[in-house]
Design a protein around this ligand. Structure first.
Ligand code: NDP
Length: 318
């Protein structure tokens, strides 16, 4: 850590600027903790990479992800939150309830009595240029968020884990046909989830099948070209939506060996609260939630983290 500069001390440092981070900031600022948010490299988080958000309560006509994140930021700033563009490069958390030290952009050091981690997760993508081209225009990594836009239409989903199985059955309720591409000759998902998929008549499963290209007309998705890896035969399937459900990666590299995490890297919080294994360090949003992963649940846990940080400081007499 850099020791030559004057070190700034904060009551509450929030790492990450998605719905969890900004909601924590709104609550922490209103509790007069004078929070500072470091945004990370994608200010506003995953929602800035989506188009319409129709399921966040309070927006009867829907809202775009980027505008919603601007609103959340403005609301946090209204109560005195300081939002700074910056990336946390190192943490040195006190295990004994003392002051935590955090390095920003490898040059600046701040200390904090409480740290709220809201660094989120990143959806995994196939890595095809056509996937990137139509992301937000028919390509999505969240069926619960975007499935509604494809009501009555034919869609495709790639993946074979629990998320893909769950999202395929979700889509099947809305869409005409769900074409599901599984890259091996078996699912990874649990037996119960697989049975649900196989027993849903409008889900068509293609085993040993990989996506070669997502096809479009420049405005949106019109189809997908897939290849059967056994027969090496390609085919084009007409769809208007293409959902990628091949897993998420929680953004927790910084905390490896420091905070308790599960085998996939999600931070483990104590039951029904946002406390981590280190006193004064809280985690909220997708970084600790591989089940719901919704903006509204992230916001809810962000609120919890700020209230818990406030109570933690009060219990220490600060
Ligand atoms: P997983 O890592 O479990 O599964 C990812 C799936 O995507 C695998 O089947 C994998 O295939 C496939 N995949 C990965 N890369 C590619 C690629 N490039 N092309 C095609 N397919 C690919 O992620 P999930 O998000 O499904 O689940 C994460 C965790 O969350 C799991 O522990 C899961 O059990 C849990 N979960 C639980 C739920 C519940 O209980 N209701 C709901 C959702 C998730 P392959 O199998 O060949 O490796």
């Amino acid at each position: 850590m850099n020791t030559t500069q004057e070190i700034e001390h904060l009551a509450c440092l929030i790492i990450g600027s998605g719905p969890a981070g900004y909601t924590a900031a709104i609550y922490a600022a209103r509790a007069d903790l004078k929070p500072v948010v470091y945004t990370g490299i994608v200010p506003g988080g995953q929602l800035t990479q989506t188009t319409e958000v129709d399921n966040f309560p309070g927006y009867p006509n829907g809202i775009t992800g980027p505008v919603m994140m601007e609103d959340l930021r403005a609301q946090a700033e209204r109560f005195g939150t300081e939002v700074r563009f910056g990336y946390v490069t190192k943490v040195d958390f006190s295990t004994s309830g003392g002051v935590h030290t955090v390095e920003i952009d490898a040059v600046k050091t701040v200390t904090a009595d409480t740290v709220i981690i809201a660094t989120g997760a990143t959806a995994k993508w196939l890595g095809l240029p056509s996937e990137e081209k139509y992301n937000g225009f028919g390509v999505s990594a969240c069926a619960v968020c975007d499935g509604f836009f494809f009501k009555g239409q034919d869609v495709a989903i790639v993946g074979a884990g629990d998320t893909a199985a769950e999202e395929a059955t979700y889509l099947a309720k809305l869409c005409k046909t769900v074409h599901m591409f599984v890259r091996r000759d078996e699912f990874r998902a649990s037996k119960a989830m697989v049975n649900r998929v196989l027993n849903t008549p409008n889900i068509v499963v293609y085993f040993n099948t990989e996506t070669e290209e997502i096809l479009g007309d420049g405005q949106g998705v019109t189809g997908v070209r897939v290849i059967d890896t056994k027969s090496q035969e390609s085919q084009v399937i007409d769809v208007t939506g293409f959902f990628v459900a091949i897993g998420h990666k929680p953004n927790t590299e910084l905390f490896q060996g420091v905070l308790d995490m599960d085998e996939t890297g999600y931070l483990i919080t104590q039951p029904n609260v946002t406390a981590t294994n280190i006193p004064g360090v809280f985690a909220c949003g997708d970084v600790q939630d591989h089940v719901y992963r919704q903006a509204i649940t992230a916001a809810g846990t962000g609120c919890m983290a700020a209230l818990e940080a406030e109570r933690y400081l009060a219990s220490k007499g600060e």
